[in-house]
Design a protein around this ligand. Structure first.
Ligand SMILES: [Zn+2]
Length: 119
């Protein structure tokens, strides 16, 4: 895995930075979510991605989107379980520019990624 440093500093560990293919999706989600200050990115073990914008309170600012790179649709497993949390491999929040302060980031991470309930 490459972790090329980009000019901007972001409080995301290099390993869990958005990939090129994800950045386009993230940009699209943020564009459609005026209140969104970041996008939760969830990578599932099947290769599909789940994403949703979050607002400054850590509440959802968009619908949850599931997609699969270079595929017409998500895989059968995701169709069946809607990207169940048990299959989550990696998850992080991609912050819109400018990213919120560290405290806000932690609060939102805890709220968005810490709670493992469906819906
Ligand atoms: Zn899938």
């Amino acid at each position: 895995m490459k972790d090329k440093k980009q000019g901007k500093q972001q409080k995301v560990s290099p390993k869990l930075a958005a990939r090129k293919s994800e950045e386009a999706m993230i940009a699209g989600i943020l564009e459609g979510s005026p209140d969104g200050i970041g996008v939760a990115v969830i990578r599932l073990d099947c290769g599909c991605r789940k994403m949703a914008a979050v607002d400054k309170n850590g509440d959802p600012a968009s619908k949850v989107i599931i997609y699969r790179d270079q595929a017409e649709s998500i895989c059968d497993q995701c169709k069946a379980d809607n990207g169940a949390f048990i299959r989550v491999q990696e998850e992080f929040i991609h912050w819109a520019d400018p990213a919120p302060d560290e405290e806000t980031q932690q609060m939102i991470k805890g709220k968005v990624l810490g709670i493992r309930t469906a819906h």
